[in-house]
Design a binder for this molecule. Structure first.
Ligand code: NAG
Ligand code: NAG
Ligand code: NAG
Ligand code: NAG
Ligand code: NAG
Ligand code: NAG
Ligand code: NAG
Ligand code: NAG
Length: 477
């Protein structure tokens, strides 16, 4: 009995001191947790941030300061404002300046470099990019916002690593348009010494989510970024926004980049593609006579030659006259990616009608030659887009040797510069002019031979090969 009453007597003091120490402990703990969250942690996950909120809720009665903080964080979390990815106010200037895609944000642009947006960054005040955007039909129903990592919107899914967010005004399937949208990512990668690989891609077209790149474009990215690339589908069970630990947004293709920077980006892709395809070496190293590869790269259907055989005969005849010249006919419709990479690696003179297959030209060695062919009517009616292969030649360091335009073709009842004629001419086929093709070919072959003899001599003298011909490593800084 005595022992029990003794304990009873002690009890109030013990209880009081326990309560006081627990109170102090909780206050310190709450403060510590809060400060750690708010000021130091670099990469919080919303899970821990969510459970932190619960902790704060349970203990905040002990601290008015943390309750103020809590309410501030709550306010920040609920004030994240989502805007439409596609801003219809700018539909008549969709590609200009800040564009209609994420129109409230401006790109980072240093003279001659790729234009991009990076989140978090100084210009985003440390905020990261969040997206609510899986609509595949209307880009104005998809949304973006910036949020501080310490105060992400409720129910956020946090995606770790680097995310590439791409805007493409045309198509991810087409070789030319697909590659144009990818080029700035390659340039950005190179600018960062190839130090970080993307964990995923988010593809938008007019603000609408896309799930695929064309096979050729996708394989090129797989080669460039060292492995299969994940294209985000936002398919999780989560209903809230998605926020990205690191995101890079591109919406201006190669715009703003100097020729030098463009060439470097193509150089990197060429080199990476050759490694990916296990191309060991180019075929003319260390021989007596430089080899000249002449390739007739054919299409089927629209803009194909009316008579492939006749065209092939003309060019083969000229090739046969030049020592070391090797003539090849290839069909663009049934070559695998690596067959195209290898074919272009052996080509110094590419002969091909206007069309997406010409995008492959940057896979030739630098300074190689391109001869382009158009059906009737294109000069006056096809607009500026008909010159894209001149542009890519210039950007990738190739020589566009001019074009031949057929003057024969469909008869159009209107004047030939009347827009109503374009449907008739658009998918026209291409004839030939034997005399002109032969002369053209001789002139280009002579130039290539001079260049190759010169290059060949200096290659033999050089102790190391130029960077594009090494096959295990690509220059990345
Ligand atoms: C978060 O998700 C839950 C369950 O889906 C939902 O009940 C709740 O309303 C959401 N909260 C907010 C702020 O959207
Ligand atoms: C890339 O490498 C160059 C040269 O080595 C260096 O000056 C530059 O700071 C590096 N850039 C990045 C982003 O790592
Ligand atoms: C987009 O997300 C919402 C909400 O999670 C979902 O109900 C819907 O099915 C998703 N749509 C597509 C096309 O995945
Ligand atoms: C390249 O070679 C490696 C190793 O031999 C092989 O695993 C890979 O499939 C080859 N790649 C291609 C595209 O042929
Ligand atoms: C194509 O050209 C070849 C060689 O000039 C000729 O023999 C052949 O008849 C032509 N074919 C057609 C369908 O005109
Ligand atoms: C590739 O396609 C062309 C044109 O359709 C055809 O003539 C050729 O035989 C095909 N080659 C192969 C290997 O399938
Ligand atoms: C390409 O040609 C230019 C100008 O003639 C020359 O300066 C350059 O070294 C050449 N590049 C290669 C890779 O042969
Ligand atoms: C290559 O070396 C030889 C002998 O050393 C020299 O005569 C020649 O001029 C060199 N050629 C070039 C292009 O440097």
């Amino acid at each position: 009995m005595a022992a029990i009453s003794k304990k009873h007597n002690k009890s109030p003091r013990w209880l009081l001191s326990s309560i006081i120490s627990i109170f102090i402990l909780f206050t310190i703990l709450t403060f510590f947790l809060f400060h750690a969250r708010f000021f130091s942690l670099q990469t919080p996950s919303p899970q821990s941030s969510w459970s932190l909120m619960h902790e704060l809720q349970s203990y905040s009665i002990f601290s008015t300061t943390s309750s103020t903080m809590k309410s501030m964080v709550h306010k920040l979390r609920t004030s994240v404002t989502f805007l439409p990815l596609k801003d219809l106010r700018y539909s008549n200037a969709a590609l200009v300046d800040h564009t209609w895609f994420m129109s409230s944000l401006y790109d980072t642009h240093q003279e001659g470099e790729v234009q991009y947006q990076k989140f978090p960054s100084e210009s985003s005040q440390g905020r990261i990019l969040c997206i609510k955007g899986n609509d595949t039909h209307d880009g104005s129903w998809n949304y973006y916002a910036l949020a501080w990592p310490e105060a992400l919107p409720y129910n956020t899914t946090f995606m770790k690593g680097l995310t590439f967010v791409s805007y493409n005004h045309y198509s991810y399937e087409n070789l030319w348009h697909g590659l144009s949208a990818m080029l700035p990512f390659v340039a950005w990668h190179k600018m960062n010494n190839c130090s970080v690989l993307p964990s995923r891609w988010v593809l938008y077209h007019w603000g609408e989510l896309r799930f695929n790149m064309g096979l050729w474009v996708g394989t090129m990215m797989e080669a460039t970024f060292d492995g299969a690339q994940k294209i985000e589908r936002f398919e999780g069970p989560e209903s809230g926004p998605v926020c990205f630990e690191n995101a890079v947004v591109m919406r201006h293709n190669e715009g703003g980049m100097s020729r030098e920077r463009r060439m470097e980006a193509y150089d990197l892709m060429r080199c990476k593609a050759r490694i990916y395809c296990n191309m060991s070496s180019l075929d003319d190293r260390g021989r007596g006579v430089p080899v000249i590869g002449m390739t007739l790269f054919l299409r089927t259907g629209p803009r194909s030659f009316k008579n492939d055989t006749a065209v092939a005969e003309i060019f083969k005849k000229e090739c046969d006259k030049v020592e070391g010249c090797r003539f090849k006919v290839a069909h663009s419709n049934n070559l695998t990616f690596c067959e195209q990479v290898k074919l272009m690696g052996m080509t110094d003179m590419l002969i091909s009608p206007h069309g997406a297959q010409l995008t492959n030209m940057f896979l030739m060695e630098r300074n190689s030659s391109v001869l382009e062919f158009y059906p009737k009517g294109w000069l006056k009616l096809a607009g500026v887009g008909q010159y894209v292969y001149r542009w890519i030649a210039s950007w990738s360091g190739m020589k566009h040797e001019g074009s031949w335009r057929d003057t024969n073709g469909e008869h159009c009842p209107y004047p030939e510069d009347d827009r109503r004629c374009m449907p008739l001419f658009k998918n026209g086929r291409i004839g030939y002019d034997e005399k002109h093709f032969a002369e053209w070919s001789r002139r280009v072959l002579a130039d290539i031979r001079t260049r190759k003899i010169h290059q060949h001599a200096s290659t033999i003298n050089a102790t190391t090969l130029p960077p594009t011909t090494t096959t295990t490593h690509c220059a990345c800084n």
